[in-house]
Design a protein around this ligand. Structure first.
Ligand SMILES: CC(C)(COP(=O)(O)OP(=O)(O)OC[C@H]1O[C@@H](n2cnc3c(N)ncnc32)[C@H](O)[C@@H]1OP(=O)(O)O)[C@@H](O)C(=O)NCCC(=O)NCCS
Length: 144
């Protein structure tokens, strides 16, 4: 499977927010629906051939980075795209001399957790209700 990351331009943001809202669940809390978060993020489409299969996004915090979004659209899930996308972002951030990458996910999102663990992320913290939706979250880290 060949997955190409293509930087999303501001005129694609409306579609990105639409995709996130359409796929929101108890286990998946979209972050780019917050305009400030979207503005501060580096957002990339996940292209398979000419088709858009989702998006991934990250933010820099000094010499650390946060992956604040990963969405593979339902019709493209389970084909290895999420794993490839995360690995490409990890490789890119390594090339930018980032020393630590972190992300937050739901402790019951076992599928996302499997993707992150396979790439080398480790769970380092658990938080109760950090987003105010009554749900717990875990923090995972990748150290170079
Ligand atoms: C979670 C998500 C990102 C995974 O992306 P994906 O492209 O569908 O996943 P992949 O095909 O790369 O699967 C990677 C691993 O997940 C596991 N997996 C695959 N299909 C699965 C399924 N149906 N159920 C549970 N785990 C599964 C496997 O361990 C697989 O590794 P393997 O290929 O080495 O066996 C994607 O399903 C998604 O966007 N879900 C909705 C939004 C979301 O939860 N985002 C994460 C927010 S933190």
């Amino acid at each position: 499977m060949e997955v190409t990351l293509v930087k999303a331009d501001p005129w694609h943001w409306e579609q990105i927010v639409k995709d996130e809202k359409a796929n929101q669940t108890k286990l998946y809390f979209p972050s780019l629906t917050d305009p400030e978060e979207l503005q501060a993020s580096n957002v990339y489409h996940l292209r398979v051939g000419i088709k858009n299969s989702g998006h991934i996004s990250f933010k820099f915090h000094g010499n650390e980075a946060e992956i604040n979004e990963l969405l593979v659209l339902p019709e493209f899930q389970s084909r290895g795209i999420g794993k490839i996308a995360i690995q490409q972002v990890v490789d890119y951030l390594q090339s930018r001399s980032i020393t630590l990458i972190w992300l937050v996910t739901h402790p019951e999102n076992t599928w996302a957790i499997a993707v992150y663990q396979k790439t080398g992320f480790k769970t380092v913290d658990r938080m109760e209700n950090p987003y105010g939706d009554g749900e717990p979250r875990i923090k995972m880290e990748y150290r170079f």
